[in-house]
Structures are given as C-alpha cells and as structure tokens.
Design a protein around this ligand. Sequence first.
Ligand code: PMV
Length: 335
Amino acid sequence: EHRTGGSATAVAHPNIALIKYWGKRDEQLLLPRTDSLSMTLDIFPTTTRVRLVPEAEHDEVSLGGAPLEGEARRRVVAFLDLVRERAGSDRRAVVETENTVPTGAGLASSASGFAALAMAAAAAYGLDQDATALSRLARRGSGSASRSIFGDFAIWHAGTDEDGDLGSYAEPVPVDVGELDPALVIAVVNAGPKAVSSREAMRRTVDTSPLYEPWAVSSKDDLADMREALRRADLEAVGEIAERNALGMHATMLAARPAVRYLSAPTLTVLDSVLQLRRDGVPAYATMDAGPNVKVLCRRADAERVAGVVRGAVPGGAVHIAGPGPGARLLDEGG
Ligand code: PMV
C-alpha cells in the first residue's frame, strides 16, 4: 500500500481446461481432487481496479458499473478479507470490474475475474507476491483462476494433503505454440447464467456420483498423455484427450443424484457438427464446462471453416475464435 499508493489495476484472460478441474478435496482452501491443464485465451479479458479507501466502512464492489450483491459480492469481500489478513490491513476497498465475457455461463468469467482481482488486490495492499504465490492466492477466489495467472498453457497442481495450501498452484507448461497452432472456436449457445453453480455441482458429483472416482483416476492418465501430446505439438492427440476428459467429466455429473446436466439440445447439435468435421477430415475436438457452451479445439488455419460449420449448427448463437493468450498483468495507472 505504501509502494503502490493503495491502488492497482490488473487485466486477466479466461482459460479453458483441456484436462478438467472437477471436484474439491477441501472446500475452504479450494484444494482440488485432481491436477488440471488449460489454455489461456486471447479474448474476453477482465479488468479490475482495486483502490483502498482509508475512511470507508464497507467494501464497494461493482461489475460493469453496477453494484454487486448477494453471493457474488460475498465472494469478493471474503477474498479481500484474505488479502487484508495477509497484509495486516483493515482498510476497505473500492473494486471495479469490467468483464467482456458473459458472467456465470460456463465461459470462465470467474477464472479471469479472480486472477485479475488477486493481482490488483495484492498490489493495492502491498503484498509482495511472485507468480506462484499469486496463483495460489487466485485459487482461493475460484480454483480455475489459479491457471489464468499464466499465459498459453498452464498446469494446476492439486498438491498433497501434507503441503495443503502451499502445494496447490499453477505453472506454465512449455509448449511450442507456433508448431501446435491451436485455436478454440467458442460456440455460445446460451449466454445466460447457469442453473447450478460449479461449486454446488462439484460437491454433488463428488458426494453422490458412482462415476466420480473412476473419472478422477482416468484423469491422471489423461494428464500424462496430454503432457506428452503437447510436448510433441500433436494437435490431434491433444484434441482427442481433451474431448474424452470433458465427456467423462460430464458423465460423472449425469450420474450424480440428482443429476447435473449442463449439456442442452444445442450443445449436442454442435457436438454432432464436430463429428461431421472430423469425418470430413478436419481435426476438431470439443470440450464443455459448467454450461451448455462448446469450445472446439482445432488448428488456427482451420478455425474459420470450423466457426462457419458451428455457426450453421446453432443459428442465433454467437461464435468466437480464440488463440492462446497472455498471463495476468498489472496495468500502468499513469499516476
Ligand atoms: O473455478 P470454478 O469453480 O469456476 O470451476 C470451473 C470448473 C470447470 O470450468 C468446469 C473446469 C475447469 O477446469 O475449468
């Protein structure tokens, strides 16, 4: 707070997991059951400004200019409390966030959101954090945010029970991005907020799904195979592994009691179009998160064609093309 004058602005991008995070082993510390691996996007950034206000009694939190309320506000304030505890400060803050992605629709807005908040809040409160520490901190806001601290490809280590909080952070995975030449074609079939939060859905899946443990076990093999495929810059293998890991994750939810089903009819229509693309010789593979939207992994060179086919499959749905994007960074506030 002395170093920065109590104000900082950070920007972060969402990430899409190719090996999914699904299931916590510690709800308080947001420690995951399995390792996960993602690509950070070059679209949909979140920009967050944190400004300390010495005289204020409450935090003021807004998203897109409108005050945040309820559970969303509570999560941000709890996160600020954690930062304040570490910084030995009791100052309240004004937190202003601009999202360019629909919030709460399985498009990873919480990943970019908490990565940007972690970086801006740490700087505003004068916490001296390296990238590993920032990744751990972002994890406490939303698990997947730990990965958005880094650009391109990142792995989030579940860590061990012995190491607890300290052992669970993300780090970059070296990939020859030029050689792999990946794109994610994002089909937004429904931009509305989801009916079941990922937090609740994970809890229910871990507690009740007979398919959860088998998926968690097979996800270890998927991760090992994924790392090898990325090392070879083998897009077909990367896509096949990502698709099977995601479908398996959704299978665990479908088997939960009661079932959690994010996949809708338009989702399946897009999945059919991805299969048709493959039959036509275009390497394209699907992954889905806690929502009905589909992200299609393909080569950048094929992305326009893939986007065209996907657009035809969901008339009225928006389609975006993303490439590998940058890690979170502080913006110069220019005094
Ligand atoms: O970080 P959360 O609670 O929004 O969890 C996101 C989980 C998935 O997006 C479904 C998978 C992942 O690894 O990002």
